[in-house]
Design a protein around this ligand. Structure first.
Ligand code: PLP
Length: 392
């Protein structure tokens, strides 16, 4: 029998009948009331699309909606990006972040001379599966230091320095999942120098642009540093979190090439990857994104709503930290406010996590990762009590 189902944490949460149960395992934004959020600007764009009776449901081309692709490249690389102006970027619409990673990985497995990808330890659980099934061989570089609950920068540099020249390196553009730990700009610059000096190929996973700091440009800084040096790179973009379009499956893969001729040949090869996979991508979500990105007023409205989501998460960090301080909970919890993005890597161990689930009905992944977006001012005292009890 083939077992198919929801993530284990969600299954256990659904079965729990306690009125105080709390699911912090889900990687999706929730409002202060614990509800999923559809952005107003998204509702407005959808309404415009519905009202436009000239719109039809014909197939898109293999590479997707042209406007969407252009606008997505500008969003991540910057509207004044020389790489875009020099036509060195090829962008294809894909099935959200996951699909963009998969298409990029299949392309690399077919056409790139190296078939090894280095990914951070730890990383998003789907990364090793996506890359392995695409035909790449997965190796890890050090990323997280449990002692400081911060970046193991020296370990990262040592592992990349020891990697064979030319291999692919997966980098989280911002808001690293699951740790919430990002390199500083100075550290990014050192990583860039090392990678370029060894000819390592950067493959950026950008699932949280704007969701980390609330600023779309700041969250794309790492990618832009690598593009500014004129070298090659790949970037997988997702609109799941920053536009709340989770189930619409909207994303893009961009490949920054040496020159316009390579970019156009890369596009032909990407079509050959996509055609037998799903023929062409869906039209609705990409139309929503393009409608918002091409209209100045809607774009501004989006940035305000996006910042509100990011700010709510940042405020949850502060409130949880304050609540633990107020309880005099043993240990240093400053990493809660230092980490960034949707997740906090609490540092709680597997036993502490199961204690919190068993005794306090709080659900999270067994590595101690909690989704800050799943918290509210109302639920923070309950979580703080549970953490306090778990570490005492
Ligand atoms: N990459 C990272 C690091 C993620 O955390 C996620 C989602 O959680 C994704 C990619 C892909 O998400 P989606 O396929 O929903 O865009």
């Amino acid at each position: 029998m083939i077992a198919i189902g929801l993530p284990i944490v969600t299954v256990a949460y659904n079965k729990d009948t306690s009125p105080v149960k709390l699911n912090l395992g889900v990687g999706a934004y929730r409002t202060e009331e614990g509800k999923p959020l559809v952005l107003n600007v998204v509702r407005r764009a959808e309404q415009m699309l519905v009202n436009d009776t000239s719109r039809v449901k014909e197939y898109l081309s293999i590479t997707g909606l042209a406007d969407f692709n252009k606008l997505s490249a500008k969003l991540i690389f910057g509207s004044d990006s020389p790489a875009i102006q020099e036509n060195r970027v090829t962008t294809v619409q894909c099935l959200s972040g996951t699909g963009s990673l998969r298409v990029g990985a299949e392309f690399l497995a077919k056409h790139y001379h190296e078939h090894t990808i280095y990914i951070p330890q730890p990383t998003w659980g789907n990364h090793p599966k996506v890359f392995t099934l695409a035909g790449l061989s997965v190796k890890y570089y050090r990323y997280y230091d449990p002692a400081t609950r911060g970046l193991d920068f020296q370990g990262l540099l040592d592992d990349l320095a020891a990697a064979p020249a030319g291999v692919i390196v997966l980098l989280h553009a911002c808001a690293h999942n699951p740790t919430g730990v990002d390199p500083t700009n100075d550290q990014w610059e050192k990583i860039r120098q090392l990678m370029r000096s060894k000819g390592l190929l950067p493959f950026f996973d950008s699932a949280y642009q704007g969701f980390a700091t609330g600023n779309l440009d700041a969250d794309a800084q790492s990618v832009r540093m690598f593009v500014a040096d004129g070298g090659e790179c790949l970037a997988a973009q997702s609109y799941a979190k920053n536009m709340g379009l989770y189930g619409e499956r909207v994303g893009a893969l961009s490949i920054v090439c040496k020159d316009a001729d390579v970019a156009s040949r890369v596009e032909s090869q990407l079509k050959l990857v996509i055609r037998p996979m799903y023929s062409n991508p869906p039209i609705h979500g990409a139309s929503i994104v393009a409608t918002i990105l091409k209209d100045r007023q809607m774009y501004d409205e989006w940035t305000i709503e996006l910042k509100a989501m990011a700010d709510r998460i940042i405020s949850m960090r502060q409130q949880l930290f304050d609540a633990l301080q107020a309880r005099g909970t043993a240990g240093d919890w400053s990493h809660i406010i230092k980490q960034i993005g949707m997740f906090t890597f609490t540092g709680l161990n597997t036993e502490q996590v199961s204690f919190m689930t068993r005794e306090h009905h709080i659900y999270m992944t067994s590595d101690g990762r909690i989704s800050m977006a799943g918290l509210s001012s109302r639920t923070i005292p309950h979580l703080a009590d549970a953490i306090h009890a778990a570490v005492t």
